[in-house]
Design a binder for this molecule. Structure first.
Ligand code: DAT
Ligand code: MG
Length: 149
């Protein structure tokens, strides 16, 4: 099983979309194993988005992601990283397919609703920024026998 880091960004929290977004991943069959509603300290935001430092959108990106509470989560499932990226849609919501989170709710790249890890290695790095190992909830989910053959 693979793990991925997802985060409902401040715009989506303010717009009341948290429940819907969590519900989509839950109904898909992914398993929630950690969740934290939080304000991101600036240093953590800079660590999370380190790969974008120096780009022209970096400063606005840090301001945006620290502008209000976010819902940070870890989800687990078969190929969880790519499954979640597909459900999120393209980075620019104007180009994201309808039916995806960004395609259904976003209008601009700078307000694109959700973050998701782009590889298993990124997921591991990002999870460790937002969660301690003991925050991960290990449990058996009885529905898994109906999600996987
Ligand atoms: P993604 O979030 O789809 O993984 P990314 O890692 O390339 O995309 O960029 C991280 C975030 O930075 C993205 O969600 C929104 C912002 N961003 C990326 N490219 C941008 C651009 N050209 N203009 C404004 N914001 C941008
Ligand atoms: Mg990315």
């Amino acid at each position: 099983m693979e793990r991925t880091f997802l985060m409902v960004k401040p715009d989506a929290v303010q717009r009341g979309l948290m429940g819907d977004i969590v519900s989509r991943f839950e109904k898909k069959g992914l398993k929630l194993i950690a969740m934290r509603f939080m304000l991101i300290p600036k240093a953590k935001a800079e660590e999370h988005y380190g790969e974008h430092k120096g780009k022209k959108f970096y400063d606005p990106l840090i301001s945006y992601i620290t502008s209000g509470p976010v819902l940070a989560m870890v989800w687990e499932g078969e190929d969880a990283v790519s499954v979640c990226r597909n459900m999120m849609g393209k980075t620019n919501p104007k180009e994201s397919a309808p039916g995806t989170v960004r395609g259904d709710y976003g209008m601009q790249t700078g307000r694109n609703i959700i973050h998701g890890s782009d590889s298993p290695a990124s997921a591991e790095r990002e999870i460790s920024i937002f969660f301690e190992p003991e925050d991960i909830v290990v449990y058996a989910r009885t529905a898994d026998q109906w999600v996987y053959e």
